[in-house]
Write a protein that binds this ligand. Structure first.
Ligand code: DC
Length: 230
């Protein structure tokens, strides 16, 4: 390159989509950690707004009330893969957003179009701040948030494998796997069936089935995909 010439290097967005429990979070954090890139957990943003909507006591069956309760809430999400803290109006909600109340309500809140519009705009702004690259996980990253992402991964795993992993993560015993699997299937149906940006494999996305792979194997596979585009 000649002296004084501007080199324009595009930020590499790694979009990681897939259903609940497919291993998205561990995978996306692992890839970000390996590459030294930031990591954006968009599910945590929907969960933070859900926490605030529940605090406000809004009726989850009333989309307008949910949109109204969520409208003024400031969500701040950290992008360090080692410690991605989440705040809603200044309160650290990193722990309560993983609890059963928020998990039970998040599909209803994330189905509200106004909620999605706001969070998608915020997600695009966070992606625009990244320099070399960023790993973004969610349900609609490759289809809506960053359709130009050069690396699009759609993670899948058997429902039984997903339930077993989720139960182990939550410190539950094997007797809880069936209930966890039922909950995952319920959320899959809600996330896939909603009108606004349903969960679906985007055009050009590579399906990675994690059922029989270790976390390290999945991370390595995605890092290879990133290396192939840079
Ligand atoms: O990935 P997660 O389980 O933390 O996501 C929580 C919920 O948020 C999930 O049920 C669907 C919703 N979600 C979404 O609609 N769009 C995203 N990009 C991320 C999550």
């Amino acid at each position: 390159m000649n002296e004084g010439e501007q080199q324009h290097v595009e930020t590499i967005v790694v979009a990681v989509d897939g259903p609940s429990g497919s291993g998205k979070s561990s995978t996306a954090r692992g890839v970000a950690d390996r590459l030294g890139w930031p990591y954006l957990d968009t599910g945590a943003m929907y969960r933070a707004l859900t926490w605030a909507v529940l605090e406000a006591g809004a009726d989850l069956d009333d989309a307008e009330a949910v949109a109204e309760a969520a409208s003024g809430v400031q969500v701040v999400v950290g992008t360090d893969p080692a410690a991605p803290a989440v705040h809603a109006d200044g309160t650290d909600v990193s722990v309560p957003i993983r609890g059963p109340e928020v998990t039970g309500a998040v599909s209803a809140v994330s189905a509200v179009a106004e909620v999605r519009e706001r969070l998608v705009a915020q997600q695009r702004a966070l992606i625009a701040e990244a320099s070399d690259g960023i790993v973004v996980e969610g349900r609609d990253i490759a289809s809506v948030v960053a359709p130009e992402a050069p690396v699009k991964v759609y993670l899948v795993a058997d429902a039984a494998a997903r339930a077993a992993r989720r139960t182990a993560e939550q410190g539950g015993d094997s007797g809880q796997v069936a209930a966890t699997e039922a909950d995952l299937r319920r959320r899959d149906a809600l996330d896939s069936g909603r009108a606004a940006s349903p969960l679906a494999q985007a055009d050009g996305a590579t399906v990675v089935d994690t059922t029989h792979l270790t976390l390290d194997e999945v991370v390595a596979e995605i890092v290879r995909m990133v290396d192939a585009v840079r």
